[in-house]
Design a binder for this molecule. Structure first.
Ligand code: CP
Length: 304
């Protein structure tokens, strides 16, 4: 972990965020939500490069950029020179050369950003998700949503349940939640609780975990990242029965406990379809908060 930064050139990983910076970003995002005026230098040019599909992160970054007064350059990988074999490095050098100051990137390759940062290309990189690596803006909007609900992290128990292995959300969130004083526990198929999770929290069978947690964070089963053997074995109804939030499990949650999910949610897999908008669900609040948190993150990297 670095010293508490007052400025980040790039925002790519939970490793860059300590509790003090997390709280500063939460406060700034809450101020934006309450109507604070952005102070970004203008013009600031940004391109969003999404090499993996996205609904929320892409539109939320673009909404945040527009609310900040940034000028958004359209970029579509399928119609760019990426299709002619241009490297990501050369694409970014090109964008920098024409005056783009910020590149928001989602890419299927884990840690795609480390070699790019080492190249010192003169633009700010913001990671919108790398493979099964990191998803720092999702982490920050999740933290904002929890803080908005409870007003603290200390003493909270957060259950992270589901496809842990393939989840960049789990990898990012567990780091900061524990650093902020929350207790993290995990559940779901035990084969997905790999050794990297042991340092952050124990595995707890789902029916024992449900009544303990203040926050139940459900993770999408990432069918696109399962091995052929895992995909053959996967059965949605059986998963829901064993590891999903059913109406019966919902009834076992603590008073005041909330449900979160980064979405898109597989209805009737991670949770019953009827629970997506249940009173305890904060799934759409997460999306609302994402815009304000991304404004705070972009402001941090863009402000000189
Ligand atoms: N939560 C999230 O990253 O959603 P998208 O894949 O739709 O961006």
């Amino acid at each position: 972990m670095q010293q508490t930064p007052t400025k980040l050139d790039h925002f790519v990983s939970a490793d860059q965020v300590d509790p003090s910076l997390a709280m500063r970003l939460i406060a700034r995002a809450a101020a934006f939500k309450a109507g604070a005026t952005p102070t970004l230098p203008q013009p600031t040019y940004v391109a969003n490069l999404f090499f993996e599909n996205s609904t929320r992160t892409h539109t939320s970054f673009e909404m945040a950029e527009r609310k900040l007064g940034m000028t958004v350059l359209p970029f579509e990988p399928k119609t760019s020179s990426v299709t002619k074999g241009e490297t990501l490095s050369d694409t970014l050098r090109t964008l920098a050369a024409i005056g783009t100051q910020v590149a928001v990137i989602r890419h299927p390759q884990d840690d795609y950003y480390t070699p790019l940062i080492a190249e010192d290309i003169p633009l700010h990189l913001v990671n919108a998700g790398d493979g099964a690596g990191q998803h720092p803006s999702q982490m920050m909007l999740d933290l904002m949503t929890i803080y908005e609900e409870f007003g603290h992290f200390d003493g909270l128990t957060v259950g992270i349940v589901g496809d842990l292995t393939h989840s960049r959300v789990a990898h990012s969130d567990m780091q900061l939640l524990t650093a902020l004083g929350a207790t993290v526990v995990f559940s779901g198929p035990q084969t997905w609780y790999t050794p990297e999770f042991e340092a952050y929290g124990a595995y707890v069978p789902l029916d024992d975990l449900i009544p303990q947690v203040d926050v139940l964070m459900l993770l999408r089963v990432q069918l696109e990242r399962l091995s052929p053997a895992e995909l053959t074995e996967f059965d949605a109804a059986s998963y829901h029965d064993r590891f999903g939030l059913t109406a019966a499990r919902y009834a076992q949650m603590k008073p005041g406990a909330i449900i979160m999910h980064p979405a898109p949610a597989n209805r009737d897999v991670e949770l019953a379809g009827s629970l997506v908008t249940a009173p305890r669900s904060r799934i759409f609040t997460q999306m609302t908060n994402g815009v304000f948190m991304r404004m705070a993150m972009l402001e941090l990297v863009c402000t000189p």
